[in-house]
Design a binder for this molecule. Structure first.
Ligand SMILES: Nc1nc2c(ncn2[C@@H]2O[C@H](COP(=O)(O)OP(=O)(O)OP(=O)(O)O)[C@@H](O)[C@H]2O)c(=O)[nH]1
Ligand SMILES: [Mg+2]
Length: 668
């Protein structure tokens, strides 16, 4: 069987899912009448927001109309500089590492061969990068799609580097050439500058009109190597997935030929239990086989298996090199883990595949059910979401005010937002999320170190020796004329400038600015601000760098004399006054008026540093009185006054805090 496994990577909105639509049409995988825009964005949430959140695999059958030329024309990553230029060295690598071992050897293939194409559509937003890196582990090639009206953007580069790390074949494609402002020349120059390919290596297409799409698919067949009997063959292939340094790629001797399949995704099906999406690495799997999950040790029978089309289609077997799914009937959620290796129970592989590096959550927030008795439902929901959202981190947490819940870790604010929305849509759960925080390293006077993921966990000041916070490497791409604005914004947020690169030559150059910045600056409204100061043109990518010393204090928000635990946050001491004032001010705008005057205060260690008063709502208690005796009216007003006094005397009243108030604290 001729197999090609590839994915589409790009910056957000550059047209990956739309190009996938055209591929599905071209190959007849989805009937025309069933076709809809971005069909692989299967979740309602994805369709409504117009963004991809999850990776989606799909298999297509296709009869190629070209003759495959010699493999030496391929574009292959591998030189030390990460250049894609077609050096003899690269060509040779490809020759030796892929073809002789290939069962499907495509060299010199004649016109009209049938191909099985396994495509994975990936998200573009930086918060879902883990989906991209897992997809890359299941394929041999990637289409690097660039919007010809936007040019190379921050995630174009971020995702390209991920693909180069895996030594994948890269096919650069310009999209949206139907648009009048598409600038093929300029954007081609940027791509050439970026990856060092030739102009002729760059394809152009419109995923909207379909122009050039067939050529892209034919190029995939021509350039992407077929899957090896073992992708670990050959020194140049650094294994698949983000290599876990503790589990280096296996030597051929220890590898054996037993069945192995990499789980790159999973989800929960109400009727069939956990379903694992796999990439077959060695061997062949059939329905009824007994399998073992190597790291968890769980065993099960293969109740069903098959491929995505994009819905699940059962097959009698999954062959080596294929991408598909396995239904094992396991209901215990912890037993199937993304990155684990599936093998046969009877003749198991000796060693696991390298799997994935554990992903590091960036921001943490407490998640509590709005109704206390929803805790069990919340636990089940979070367990299940974790299956299809492997970047999610969670541990149980208890709060005095909010009861039992979880401290959850996310890759960014959009990830948190999507998580909340999915809890509501898929499980009908309303939750309270606390103000997100980064993870601080707190060094205690007794020499111990603890990681603090929430303001509540911060130990008493006397016990703290010093605190460290995470810093990120930040890349920002912007047209040259906004560079000044970006510089201003970043330095306001404590960013440290590293250097500037230009994406191409010429008068309307775009710059890539490199900075280092505290993560705490990024998780507030940095991205919104960046868009504002660059008139929407700026794009952003970031990754973790290291931990550095920070002077941080806990700021409490007190509403109607009561500290609202979920609103407290950790802030830099030098900015505490400014931030306190801002938060109190915006809370005044967002909190609904009450029957009584509400005091809103920000305090550090019991000292109030900022305060506001929210005036009382004067409820028209006399509204129901038509005419009648004036003394009656006066009586009602008196009664109202008394009631208010009583509440004020108690100094508090229950103030319900709307979600906007949390946002107000965040966007400080
Ligand atoms: N004019 C034009 N519009 C396009 C083309 N390709 C995609 N679009 C539009 O661009 C927008 C984004 O397309 P998507 O396919 O959702 O982009 P994506 O890369 O999958 O986005 P994410 O998955 O969220 O990163 C949609 O409004 C598409 O209709 C094209 O070739 N021409
Ligand atoms: Mg998409």
């Amino acid at each position: 069987m001729n197999i090609r496994n590839f994915c589409i990577i790009a910056h957000i909105d550059h047209g990956k899912s739309t190009l996938a639509d055209r591929f599905l049409e071209l190959t007849g995988t989805v009937e025309k009448r069933k076709m809809k825009a971005q069909i692989l964005d299967g979740m309602d949430l994805e369709q409504e927001r117009g963004i991809t959140i999850k990776l989606t695999p799909v298999r297509m059958n296709y009869r190629s109309s070209i003759v495959i030329p010699s493999p030496s024309t391929s574009l292959r990553a591998g030189s030390a500089e990460g250049s894609l230029s077609n050096t003899p060295d690269n060509a040779q690598k490809r020759d030796s590492s892929t073809h002789p071992t290939s069962s499907s050897g495509s060299v010199g293939m004649t016109n009209g061969d049938e191909y099985v194409l396994n495509l994975i559509d990936t998200p573009g937003h930086v918060d879902f990068t883990y989906e991209v890196s897992r997809s890359l582990a299941a394929v041999e090639g990637a289409i690097l799609l660039v919007d010809a009206t936007q040019g190379v953007q921050a995630q174009t580069i971020g995702n390209l580097y991920l693909a180069l790390d895996q030594d994948l074949t890269i096919i650069p494609v310009l999209n949206k050439i139907d648009l009048p402002n598409a600038d093929v020349e300029k954007v081609s120059a940027e791509i050439i500058h970026l990856i060092g390919c030739k102009k002729e290596d760059i394809l152009t297409c419109s995923a909207k009109t379909g122009e050039g799409v067939k050529e892209v698919l034919e190029k995939v067949i021509e350039l992407v190597p077929p899957p090896n009997s073992s992708p670990y063959e050959g020194e140049d292939r650094g294994g698949i997935g983000q290599i876990d340094s503790e589990h280096p790629p296996l030597s051929p001797l220890s590898r054996g030929e037993q069945l192995r399949a990499l789980i790159f995704d999973s989800f929960y099906d109400d009727y069939r239990g956990v379903v694992a999406s796999v990439r077959m690495i060695n061997g062949e799997l059939k329905k009824g086989d007994r399998i073992k999950f190597m790291s968890t040790g769980a065993t099960a029978e293969v109740l069903d298996l098959g491929h995505y089309s994009p819905q699940m289609i059962a097959d009698p077997k999954l062959e080596n090199g294929q991408v598909g799914y396995i239904v094992s009937g396991l209901k215990e959620l912890g037993e199937v883990r993304v990155g684990d290796t599936v093998t046969l129970e009877k003749n198991p592989a000796k060693e696991q595949l390298p799997g994935y590096k554990e992903v590091k959550p960036m921001v943490f927030a407490g998640i509590f059910p709005q109704e206390g008795d929803d805790y069990n439902a919340l636990r089940d929901a979070v367990d299940r979401l974790k299956l299809s959202d492997s970047a999610l981190y969670y541990e149980p947490e208890h709060s005095q005010a909010l009861g039992f819940g979880f401290r959850c870790g996310f890759l960014g604010m959009l990830h948190l937002d999507i998580f909340q929305e999915r809890l509501w849509r898929e499980f009908g759960l309303h939750i309270i999320a606390t103000v997100p925080s980064v993870a601080y390293h707190v060094f205690l006077t007794n020499g111990e170190r603890m990681t603090t993921k929430s303001p509540q966990e911060l130990p008493n000041v006397q016990r703290i020796s010093h605190i460290e916070e995470p810093w990120m490497i930040v890349d920002i791409i912007t047209p040259k004329n906004f560079v000044g604005n970006v510089m201003g914004l970043v330095s306001e947020r404590k960013g440290i400038y590293t250097n500037t690169e230009y994406l191409s030559a010429g008068s309307d150059q775009r710059a890539m600015l490199h900075y280092e910045m505290p993560l705490a600056s990024l998780i507030t409204d940095f991205y919104d601000k960046l868009k504002t100061v660059t008139s929407g043109y700026g794009s952003l990518n970031y990754e973790f760098k290291n931990y550095r010393k920070a002077d941080v204090v806990k700021m409490d928000i007190i509403i109607a004399e009561e500290a609202v635990e979920s609103l407290s946050s950790l802030v830099w001491r030098e900015e505490a006054f400014k931030i306190g004032k801002k938060i109190v001010g915006s809370l005044k705008e967002t909190l609904p008026k009450q029957q009584f005057v509400v005091k809103i205060q920000a305090a550090i260690g019991g000292t109030v540093i900022a305060g506001e008063r929210l005036s009382a709502l004067r409820k028209d208690v006399t509204a129901k009185l038509y005419g009648g005796d004036v003394t009656r009216k006066r009586k009602l007003l008196e009664k109202q006054k008394k009631g208010k006094k009583k509440m004020l005397a108690m100094g508090k009243g229950k103030v319900e805090i709307p979600t906007e108030a949390y946002l107000a604290v965040l966007k400080r």
